[in-house]
Design a protein around this ligand. Structure first.
Ligand SMILES: Cc1cc2nc3c(=O)[nH]c(=O)nc-3n(C[C@H](O)[C@H](O)[C@H](O)COP(=O)(O)O)c2cc1C
Length: 190
């Protein structure tokens, strides 16, 4: 496959693949490292490179599972609490091979926050596309337990968690329905 076909195919085939769709296999270390390496090549204004990552795998997935389900229980009013959602939250990390916490490191004196959020999002897209190319299922999750997880993730005052990337090898035979609005709706040629 030539480079243009490879990039077009990878971009179009990238899907949000959720933990219940993972088969329990552990992703090879080299693949995770390449996913992280490709994140580093995202653009950033004034080269602030505002991304950093905390990788959960093996035993530490149990800590994340405990933390996320406890957070949900502690922060959900009793009348809104759902046992099903609690169990689903608890299982997510355990169904995953790796979970990567996506951290933004602010450079408030240099650039506005939106530019650093955008740069981190570019890094996440690099990771997501790399995962797709390697046959790894992934999705960017932005639950409150992650966004408010400063203590759990041991963040410094200039850092913010922008969510979690859950990763695993997809079970065989998954089929995805994906649609996008057509180009004519999104583009005005001047
Ligand atoms: C910034 C961001 C945050 C997201 N947070 C969540 C989330 O919390 N829960 C979820 O189910 N999906 C989340 N997603 C994934 C989207 O739901 C998914 O990308 C969208 O449905 C389009 O599907 P596709 O990625 O398969 O094309 C997030 C995506 C982005 C870009």
């Amino acid at each position: 496959m030539d480079l243009t076909t490879a990039i077009n195919t990878t971009i179009k085939n990238r899907r949000a693949v959720f933990p219940p769709m993972y088969n329990g296999e552990v992703i090879a270390y080299d693949v995770i490292e390449q996913i992280l390496e490709n994140a580093l090549w995202a653009p950033s204004h004034k080269q602030t490179e505002p991304w950093s990552f905390k990788v959960y795998s093996g035993e530490s997935l149990k800590d994340l599972s405990q933390y996320s389900s406890n957070w949900y229980k502690a922060n959900t009013p009793i009348e809104k609490f759902s046992e099903k959602k609690y169990e689903k939250t608890k299982k997510k990390a355990l169904q995953s091979s790796h979970v990567i916490a996506i951290i933004m490191n602010r450079h408030a004196a240099l650039v506005p926050e939106w530019e650093e959020v955008a740069a981190v999002a570019c890094a996440v897209q690099n990771m997501w596309l790399t995962a797709t190319a390697y046959g790894v299922g992934a999705y960017w999750s932005s639950p409150k337990y992650a966004i408010h997880g400063d203590d759990f993730f041991n963040l410094e005052p200039h850092q913010k968690c922008l969510g979690l990337m859950y990763l695993g090898i997809p079970v065989d035979g998954l089929e995805f329905k994906a649609e996008r609005a057509p180009l004519e709706e999104k583009v005005t040629w001047i």
